[in-house]
Design a protein around this ligand. Structure first.
Ligand code: MTE
Ligand code: MO
Length: 410
């Protein structure tokens, strides 16, 4: 028996208490455009409409309707290090996303090289010991629209990312319950979404067996204290802390322990990056060795001032934003108001865990009225700092350089 969106709200408390009775939602686009969002991508598009038309979402930058690709406006990241569920970005590969899920009959299957195949209900999962972790979910192609020369793919600005407190169960615990057998080398994850045309590859991703059992990878049933929005993978999704979100399989329904490396399309062909530092190659390069995209790297964004705006001149300008350390914590953030020639440390906000966004704030000295180029640079606890020059690859993956916020002081 499927339930409606309002039922899901009613049952939220029950759900979090472990009663395991919950939701399904249906989506049908409602109204379209509102005000535009200014994206400032080189060569355009400069603006895109904001939309409220998707269930559980509001004020999102509309990239694509089918499948839904919704980007978070930068202003949201200035309001806190946790991204609200209703403004959390959305990305699907195939348009065949279930619009309704019956939470009472939903099953997560665990099979393959295991001693005891499992078919877990949501009630089973909710009854297991829980883990919680803050972690940034960032699309491999976040900021792709800033690549120069431009590359094909979704032209995201910086909003194909979000940070949440994820609540769920440890993947290791689920695998232990199934009993991984000797000879297991990888674990493949698949969700309920289906390709739209026959023969197209169903979206699935895999992790090495050691990674899958590292105790950090989790199966989440809640984010930021509420059940997952349908479009973010209701009822459960994989969380792979420190790794790009292509691995964070949504509407997770099938876990298969493999005895050989996964050679399916989404691992062997798609999401491959040059096997070079920061996946960087010269524009136009073709024959380079590749590896599946994997760990994230440090990034930071000034969010207190929007690129291209004017502000009143003051000799010491307050500048704030968010940073992430990638696969390690944020150790420091430095600020520059002279295009990167000199740097001064920013003050860091509360530490929400090494995989979380971290707030930074500081004052930068500015010489006088006129244009100023503001920069933030994150260094993580492994000692890795953001580069000043952009990395480039034909997939538009893993942009990592120091970003510049141009403002005019008047
Ligand atoms: N089932 C399923 N899971 C998926 C995908 C998908 O197409 N199907 N896309 C992946 C990619 S590439 C991204 S960027 C994230 C997006 O997560 P979000 O929509 O919750 O922000 O989901 C990942 N998990
Ligand atoms: Mo992605």
């Amino acid at each position: 028996m499927a339930q409606t969106l309002s039922d899901s709200v009613t049952h939220r408390r029950l759900f979090l208490a472990g009663a395991g009775l919950l939701a399904a939602t249906a989506f049908a686009p409602r109204s379209w455009a509102q005000a535009g969002a200014d994206l400032r991508l080189p060569g355009g598009p400069s603006t895109r409409p904001l939309t409220d038309a998707f269930p559980g979402k509001r004020g999102m930058i509309l990239q694509r309707t089918r499948p839904p690709l919704l980007e978070t406006p930068m202003s949201v990241f200035d309001q806190g290090v946790f991204t609200p569920n209703d403004q959390f970005f959305v990305r699907w590969h195939w348009a065949n996303v279930p619009t309704e899920i019956d939470a009472t009959t939903f099953k997560l299957n665990v099979r393959g090289r295991v001693g005891r195949p499992l078919s877990l209900s949501l009630a089973d999962i909710l009854a297991m010991p829980r883990v919680q972790m803050a972690a940034v979910n960032q699309c491999s192609g976040n900021s792709r629209g800033l690549f120069q020369p431009r590359v094909p793919g979704a032209q995201w600005a910086h909003g194909a990312m979000g940070n949440a407190k994820w609540l769920g169960v440890s993947l290791r615990r689920v695998l232990d319950l199934a009993g991984v057998q000797p000879g297991a080398v990888a674990v493949r994850f698949n969700g309920l979404d289906q390709p739209v045309v026959d023969g197209a590859p169903d979206f699935s991703k895999s992790l090495s067996i050691d990674h899958a059992r590292d105790g950090e990878v989790m199966i989440a049933f809640a984010m930021n204290g509420a059940q997952l929005p349908l479009l973010n993978g209701f009822p459960i999704r994989l969380i792979v802390p420190g790794w790009f979100s292509t691995y964070w399989v949504k509407m997770l329904s099938d876990i298969e322990v493999l005895g050989a490396p996964d050679d399916s399309y989404w691992m062997a062909k798609a999401y491959k990056i040059p096997d070079t530092p920061l996946a960087n190659v010269a524009p136009g390069a073709k024959d380079f060795p590749t590896v599946p995209i994997n760990r994230m790297v440090p990034r930071s964004w000034i969010t207190s001032l929007a690129d291209g705006t004017s502000v009143a001149y003051q000799p010491h300008l307050p500048v704030g934003g968010i940073a992430m350390g990638g696969d390690a914590g944020v150790a420091r953030v430095d600020l520059s108001s002279d295009g990167g020639r000199s740097w001064a440390p920013a003050r860091l906000g509360p530490d929400e865990g090494k995989y979380s966004f971290r707030r930074f704030d500081g004052m930068v000295a500015v010489a006088g009225r006129g244009p100023v180029a503001l920069m933030a640079r994150c260094t993580n606890t492994a000692g890795v700092s953001q580069a000043l020059t952009p990395n480039w690859n034909p997939g538009g993956f893993m942009r990592a350089c120091v970003e510049t916020t141009h403002v005019v002081l008047s």
